[in-house]
Ligand binder design. Structure first.
Ligand code: DAH
Length: 355
C-alpha cells in the first residue's frame, strides 16, 4: 500500500496548491471523478481478499473524508482571498471632488418633492404614513364612503372602470378609500395620512387623468371640528412657510363627512401673479369635515364612542400654488426644460430620516 499512501500525500498537496475553485474541482475529478484514481482503486477492490478489501475500504473512506474536508476548507480560503482582492480592486476614492458639470444634472420632479414635504410635515404632526392600492373595489371607493349606487356623487367622479368578472373594480378616484382600509383595522386612536395617485376620466388645463391626493384621518374618543381647524391651520402655515396665512372654512358637501367644509387660503392677485398670505382674495385648497357616522358604521366602528376628522387635498394644486407653475398639464409632459426649471436638486430634498 505504499503507492496508496503516496497517492494520498500528493492528492492533499495538490489541493493545497490550488488557487481557484476551478482548479480545486479539477483535483476532485482527478481523484474522485468517474475515472478518478481513487475511484479506480475502489473498482479494482474485487480482486482482493475479504480481509484486504475491508482494510482498504476503511482507508479509502478515511481518506475521502479528509480529502473533502480539506477541499471545503480550501474553498473557503480561496473565496475569502477573492473577496479581498475584489474589494481592493473596486475601492473608490471618496475624497475625490464631484465633476462640476455633472453636479446638478438630474432633478427631482416637483410632485415627488411636494409629496416628500407633505410626508415630513404630517409625519412630524403625529400622523402615520399609510398606502392603499391604485385599483380599488367599488365598495371601498364609493359604498363604504357613504356613496351608494345611483348616488349623484358617483357621476361627479368620472370613474375609470376596470374590466373584471368577479368584483367591480375601479381606478381609485380619490385617496379616501384608504380611510376605510384603516378604520377596518379598528386600532384607536387612529391617526393616518395617505398620499398617492388618483384617476379621473378628465383632461383640460385644470385636470389630468392621473393626479395626486393626500388623505388625512384622525379618529379618537373626543375629536372635534376645532381640532380639525387647528390641525389644518398648522399644516398650511408650515407647508407654505407663512405664519400670516389666513384660512377660511366654507360650508360644503361631501357624502363621507358631516359637517363638511372646503378650505380657502387668502392671497392677492396682481398682474396674474398670486401671492399667498396677503390680500383679500381666496384660493380653494382642500376639502374636509367630521367623519360621517355612516362611514364609521360601515367599517364596523362604534359611531357613538368614536369621532373623527378627515381631509383630502390635491397635491398638484398645492405644488402649483407654492412653486408658481401656471399649467397643471406641464407636470406630465416630460419636458426636460420645464423639469430643469421647476425640478429640485437632490440637495434640496426634505429630510425623511425620521420615517
Ligand atoms: N375625496 C374628496 C375628493 O376627492 C376630497 C375630500 C374631501 C377628502 C373631504 C376628505 C374630506 O377626507 O373629508 O374630492
Amino acid at each position: 500500500m505504499k503507492n496508496y499512501d503516496q497517492l494520498i500525500d500528493s492528492a492533499l498537496a495538490e489541493l493545497e496548491s490550488c488557487e481557484t475553485p476551478e482548479l480545486l474541482d479539477k483535483v476532485r475529478v482527478k481523484y474522485f471523478g468517474k475515472n478518478g484514481e481513487v475511484t479506480n482503486i475502489l473498482k479494482s477492490l474485487s480482486k482482493f481478499s475479504q480481509a484486504e478489501k475491508k482494510d482498504m475500504g476503511k482507508k479509502v473512506n478515511l481518506f475521502k473524508q479528509t480529502f473533502f474536508d480539506n477541499l471545503e476548507k480550501k474553498k473557503k480560503v480561496i473565496e475569502q482571498i477573492q473577496i479581498k482582492e475584489k474589494l481592493q480592486k473596486e475601492q473608490i476614492d471618496i475624497s475625490l471632488p464631484t465633476r462640476e458639470e455633472k453636479k446638478f444634472d438630474s432633478k427631482i420632479h416637483p410632485i415627488t418633492h411636494t409629496v416628500n414635504e407633505i410626508i415630513s410635515i404630517l409625519g412630524n404632526m403625529g400622523l402615520n404614513y399609510e398606502e392603499g392600492p391604485d385599483i380599488e373595489n367599488d365598495f371601498y371607493n364609493f359604498t363604504a364612503l357613504n356613496i351608494p349606487e345611483n348616488h349623484p356623487a358617483r357621476e361627479m367622479h368620472d370613474t375609470f372602470y376596470v374590466k373584471n368578472n368577479s368584483e367591480k373594480l375601479v381606478l381609485r378616484t380619490h385617496t379616501s378609500p384608504v380611510q376605510i382600509r384603516n378604520l377596518k383595522k379598528k386600532k384607536f386612536p387612529l391617526r393616518i395620512f395617505a398620499p398617492g395617485r388618483t384617476y379621473r376620466c378628465d383632461s383640460d388645463i385644470t385636470h389630468t387623468p392621473m393626479f395626486h391626493q393626500v388623505e388625512g384621518l384622525v379618529v379618537d374618543h373626543s375629536v372635534t371640528f376645532a381640532n380639525l381647524k387647528w390641525f389644518l391651520e398648522k399644516f398650511c402655515k408650515t407647508f407654505f412657510d407663512n405664519e400670516e396665512l389666513k384660512l377660511r372654512f366654507r360650508p360644503s358637501y361631501f357624502p363621507f363627512t358631516e359637517p363638511s367644509a372646503e378650505v380657502d387660503i387668502n392671497c392677492s392677485i396682481t398682474a396674474g401673479k398670486i401671492t399667498l398670505g396677503e390680500g383679500d382674495k381666496w384660493m380653494e385648497i382642500l376639502g374636509c369635515g367630521m367623519v360621517h357616522p355612516n362611514v364609521l358604521k360601515m367599517s364596523g366602528v362604534d359611531d357613538q364612542k368614536l369621532k373623527g376628522f378627515a381631509f383630502g387635498m390635491g397635491i398638484e394644486r398645492l405644488s402649483m400654488l407654492k412653486y408658481g407653475m401656471p399649467d397643471l398639464r406641464d407636470f406630465y409632459d416630460s419636458n426636460i426644460k420645464w423639469l430643469s426649471h421647476y425640478g429640485f436638486s437632490f440637495l434640496e430634498t426634505t429630510d425623511l430620516s425620521w420615517r
